[in-house]
Design a protein around this ligand. Structure first.
Ligand code: FES
Length: 126
């Protein structure tokens, strides 16, 4: 099982293939997911210090580009844990003053994942 290191929370063994946002939450961190993991809200945003995937879903790419966040953050609802990772969740329930993190996420990436290398999407101008 890959090791997931979460800033200010610790290191955890997490199931390979789990959505990163679900893995973070299962580790006891109250990361936001206000759209229910559908690449709409960006509240599941994280930064990586290790293990950032080189692939990206089209939905993540389009949302980050739309919000001018491309290259700044990644959307943990659009990532599966497939390697050791070290992340910092940037929008947590307590810090943001929300009542809850948002609707539960499905176990698999939504919308149905179309995976691309990020530079392919940039070259395509998606
Ligand atoms: S973009 Fe909303 S939960 Fe990830």
């Amino acid at each position: 099982m890959p090791i997931l290191n979460i800033e200010d929370a610790g290191s955890f063994d997490v199931p390979e293939g789990q959505r990163l946002a679900n893995a973070i939450e299962d580790c006891g961190v109250d990361i936001g997911h206000r759209c229910g993991g559908k690449a709409r809200c960006t509240t599941c945003r994280v930064t990586f210090t290790e293990g950032e995937p080189t692939v990206m879903t089209r939905a993540e790419y389009e949302k980050l580009k739309d919000r001018d966040l491309l290259g700044e953050v990644r959307l943990s609802c659009q990532i599966v844990v497939d390697r050791p990772m070290a992340v910092t969740p940037l929008m947590k329930v307590e810090e943001m003053g929300w009542d809850d993190p948002g609707p539960d996420l499905a176990p698999t990436v939504e919308p149905e994942a179309e995976w691309f290398a990020r530079n392919f999407l940039e070259a395509e101008g998606a």
